[in-house]
Design a protein around this ligand. Structure first.
Ligand code: MN
Length: 326
């Protein structure tokens, strides 16, 4: 099962140059027959200024086929679905939007859709069994590409799933190294060394993030901008390290194992030590749903940014918080 392999760190992306047109066509081929049977109109739209981008072709196709299959399933006979591709030159990202005129998904069900193995308690899930698992897989594969999934849905009006990933392959030290997956023991060792040498720094940032590509990309960039960076790989570590090193700011991924970023943020805010509870927290999420911003801010985050974050904007935001504090 792909999802289990991903969670065990057994899947490594194979980046290559992908033709956008070929990817679209080969993904659409999977749903052609069922769409035809249900008399569903399938449209495509691309305003892309580029013809190719770098990603794992097999995984990208898996992402799109999953979303397209859902779209066809959720759409009644004679409805419409579509695949739209857009390139954002400024952010250097490519977006794939899969939309439908189907039954839509309620806010409550959206929240549950991406949790693996969770049964959505509604007629919807009984009718479309397996959907949740598909979306958990989509989210993980997109996350591996350093991207984000945005969901918009209105009951009775249809859904939109937007996958956004960087056009370029993220540079990673881990890509060529023999380290497949750092086990938790070695993580703790790395953390301890980091902590000893950096504690109390004036430009000390805690990066709470579980994706190695994202860790490398963000850490390298921040260090090049003269920040000191300590990494926590789950929410529980983030809380512990925050108490230990009292960073000047925390970058908090939301989807993390052991304890997620929302819970971690709440724990830090609940600290009786004002030097801990008052640390600025920027929430970063790869899964953007309506109401997410409020959820992060309600948990105590000061700011909310969607992945892939523009590193330039990230540093600008960090500097604004540090200046405010100083
Ligand atoms: Mn994550």
């Amino acid at each position: 099962l792909d999802l289990a392999k991903i969670e065990a760190g057994k899947i490594v992306l194979e980046y290559r140059q992908i033709s956008i047109e070929e990817l679209m066509q080969s993904s659409l081929r999977f749903i052609k027959q069922i769409a035809f049977k249900k008399k569903i109109k399938v449209s495509t739209n691309t305003s892309s200024t580029i013809k190719t981008f770098r990603a794992d072709e097999k995984r990208m196709k898996q992402i799109l086929v999953n979303l397209l299959s859902n779209a066809v399933k959720f759409t009644p006979d004679e409805g419409q679905i579509g695949l739209d591709v857009n390139v954002n030159e400024e952010n250097q990202t490519i977006s794939f939007m899969v939309w439908d005129t189907g039954i839509g998904i309620s806010q409550e069900d959206i929240d549950k859709l991406f949790l693996p193995f969770v049964q959505i308690d509604s007629a919807l899930s009984r009718q479309y069994e397996g959907t949740g698992l598909g979306l958990a897989l989509v989210n993980n594969l997109v996350n591996m590409h350093n991207g984000s999934v945005t969901i918009g849905s209105q009951e009775e009006k249809g859904s939109r799933f937007i996958v956004t990933i960087p056009i370029m392959e993220p540079e990673s030290k881990f890509k060529d190294s023999k380290i497949d997956k750092l086990n938790s023991e070695s993580n703790v060792l790395i953390v301890k060394e980091d902590v000893q040498e950096k504690r109390g720094g004036q430009r000390l940032i805690l990066l709470a993030e579980d994706n190695e590509h994202n860790i490398t990309t963000i850490k390298d960039y921040l260090e090049a901008k003269q920040f000191q960076v300590v990494v926590a790989r789950n929410g529980k570590q983030a809380v512990e390290i925050t108490h230990e090193i009292k960073p000047k700011l925390i970058l908090m991924d939301i989807q993390m194992p052991v304890m997620n970023g929302l819970e971690s943020t709440k724990e830090i805010r609940a600290s009786s030590n004002s030097k801990i509870s008052g640390i600025p927290i920027i929430a970063l999420t790869s899964l953007a749903m309506p109401g997410d911003r409020e959820k992060c801010l309600n948990a105590g985050a000061d700011e909310y940014m969607k992945k892939p974050v523009s590193l330039k904007n990230l540093v600008k935001t960090i500097n604004e918080f540090l200046e405010k504090k100083a």
